[in-house]
Design a protein around this ligand. Sequence first.
Ligand code: HEM
Length: 416
Amino acid sequence: MAASLRGASYLPPSASTASVRSSLPRFPSSVKCSRLTPPCIPQLFFQRVKGRTSPPVLNISYSGIASPICASSVPEQLRSAKEDIKDLLRTTFSHPILVRLGWHDAGTYNKNIEEWPKRGGANGSLRFEIELKHAANAGLVNALKLLEPIKDKYSELTYADLFQLASATAVEEAGGPKIPMKYGRVDVSGPEECPEEGRLPDAGPPSPADHLRDVFYRMGLSDKEIVALSGAHTLGRARLERSGWGKPETKYTKDGPGAPGGQSWTVKWLKFDNSYFKDIKERRDEDLLVLPTDAILFEDPSFKVYAEKYAENQEAFFRDYAEAHAKLSNLGAKFDPPEGLVIDDGPAKAAPEKFEAAKYSYQKRELSDTMKQKIRAEYEAVGGSPDKPLQSNYFLDIMIVIGVLAILTSLLGNGN
Ligand code: HEM
């Protein structure tokens, strides 16, 4: 049960509270970070979806944060956490929900507010119950639950970094482009620092193009970035019981992987490629989802230029997506150090060897006395001296060459 719950979005009706509780992430026994807020016990409650016979949604209510707050992350822990996220992805197929988690933490940014963390953005505020309960975030508590053991393991990793690390890793592991990420995001420290509800986009507003521009321009993003980022819907599904969008299940989602059900935008919804653009352009398959905010990408003249391009050219999509994703992940973030931290996938590279010209050039060294004597003896044996180099005997050299040539000619002649 615990194993199936790890990646599940909802529980079978038979699930007992006790079995759920046993699968919850464990909380750290020791507190390692310097700036602390007491860990709190999550409460479980089941949300019945009105008029639906499907299993209840699992929700975990956090009355506070689960792990201690860290000032900012350190590179070794980020690298190691990245490997743990890869393992998690392999076993839970949670790529889509982790991408959505990162986007929803960052997407509250308001470029018109200067003050941090009031301006919103990638600051880890989405871990607090008050923000998780915003309608747009329905279901994201499951993503947080998946990441909690990793958060607990790394004493110096911030939530803000963990959310963005998980999202970028999920895109890369699903076959998407490598995102030029940086880390070192500082976490907000309390729920009072969460943004107000309503900063994330609606999927079915009266005027989708205007709405998308209102929301994304407020974040400082452009039409090109709106279209490229929408391409993240190449991953995942919409679920009626969360967003109210999508079919309960389709031929592409009824068997999972992960928790079955929902409606995907693409056939292979765990593969990051440009099929989102191809599929919403064609709209041939009733089992594939097209939200009003997806459809508008091929209707609005400015969006359409990019949507057409990405449907044709996956390389162009990957390039623009990677850039836009990195930009999104930095929105509103406060970095420590201010320039951020860049991590490599592999073990830390050894610092390059300092260039020392002397090491690579010949140096004039004084010869030892014994060596000098040896050289003198060798010169004298052939009638010369180190102070007076031997004269070349050109006549003798020519005679030797002629002799060798004569021998060679006679040998070749005998061979015939
Ligand atoms: C353009 C405005 C956007 C709207 C209106 C929108 C709306 C939605 C909706 C309604 C869902 C279904 C949620 C559910 O039922 O569980 C969803 C899922 C998703 N969204 Fe978006 N979204 C937008 C932009 C983005 C962006 C910018 C990203 C990432 C860069 C993103 C990534 C995802 C992913 C990966 C899922 C699938 C989650 C899963 O399968 O659990 N979305 N989105």
